[in-house]
Design a protein around this ligand. Structure first.
Ligand code: AKB
Length: 310
């Protein structure tokens, strides 16, 4: 019997739904409570509604379910965040602060905070971006995440709350179609290819961004949460990398499977966001500290995505 009782926020999202399944394999179904503001459209039980800005409800769930660990995935992403910056700050940063203090007060023994490549900006070196670099993000999402990283570091040091975090690249998975992000094109493109439709890409053909297959992202999350505390030298958030590609490069790879597949490019406001981010990431600190290794490159990821979606 697992002694850990896990709470996941934002569990209907692209990462949450897959993470819940994996954690349930590890800890047992009844020990992993999925929460979200919306009702799941799949079996995600045990499930409870949770608006993460509601501190009272968070405390109630932690106490009722005797929660010991939290994976706090709920957030508004880069593109959606720009439509309502104040709400994004409230959901991404103010709610995190409430959750950190509630966790500290209620004996939570481990806390996961997802950060992102969106913490980087125009002052950051764009290729092989190192762990510690100048960060001046241009989206409210990036601002909220970089500030969140600092609060996580502060709570780890000052209140000994064991917080672990990674900076996810764009995530590609077959389990859902993500919404509200700048890297979402790299999932949408597969659905168009499989349906035989021309894909209208919202980024320009040569925009390179760091990306990762969902299986690697979930494994990284579980591995950093299981890592030996004494090896962790970063308490803000670890750089994490697997591959980098542009819309043209993923299109060419998909065309090896669908030779008639067509793409056109209509860059919109998300182009500017993508241009402010890094093209590639140096994640050597994660590799050294907790032995992180990715498994999927572009070719292997495209092959698996197509097999799963078909
Ligand atoms: C987004 O595009 O907003 C996210 C991210 C890179 O954090 N996928």
């Amino acid at each position: 019997m697992s002694k850990e009782r896990i709470l996941i926020t934002g569990s209907n999202g692209q990462l949450g739904r897959v993470l819940a399944t994996e954690l349930r394999k590890k800890y047992g179904k009844a020990n992993v409570l999925a929460t979200d503001i919306r009702k799941p459209d799949f079996d995600n039980s045990p499930f409870e509604f949770l608006d993460i800005t509601n501190k009272g409800r968070v405390i109630e769930l932690i106490q009722d379910y005797k929660i010991t660990q939290i994976y706090h995935l709920a957030a508004m992403l880069s593109a959606n965040g720009e439509w309502d910056p104040k709400k994004t700050w409230d959901v991404n940063l103010n709610a995190l602060l409430k959750l950190l203090s509630v966790s500290s007060d209620n004996g939570i023994n481990r806390f996961f905070f997802p950060s992102t490549i969106a913490v980087f900006g125009k002052t950051t070196p764009q290729t092989a971006t190192a762990q510690d670099v100048p960060m001046m993000p241009e989206t409210v999402y990036g601002m909220s995440k970089v500030t969140g990283e600092l609060w996580c570091n502060y709570f780890s040091k000052r209140y000994s709350l064991d917080i672990r975090s990674v900076r996810y690249p764009g995530i590609i998975g077959y389990q859902s179609i993500p919404e509200g992000g700048t890297t979402d094109y790299a999932v949408e493109i597969f659905h168009a290819a499989i349906k035989g439709e021309t894909y209208d890409c919202f980024l320009a053909e040569d925009t390179r961004l760091p990306m990762m297959y969902i299986h690697d992202a979930i494994r990284a999350t579980i591995e950093i949460m299981a890592a030996d505390e004494k090896n962790l030298t970063v308490r803000t958030s670890y750089n994490l990398a697997a591959m980098s590609f542009s819309p043209k490069e993923i299109y060419e790879e998909i065309r090896k499977h669908y030779p008639d597949f067509k793409i056109k490019y209509s860059p919109d406001f998300r182009q500017k966001i993508a241009e402010s981010w890094s093209e590639s990431i140096d994640d050597s600190v994660a590799r050294a500290d907790w032995n992180w290794q990715h498994e999927y490159d572009l070719e292997k990821m495209v092959k698996d995505m197509i097999e799963k979606l078909k």
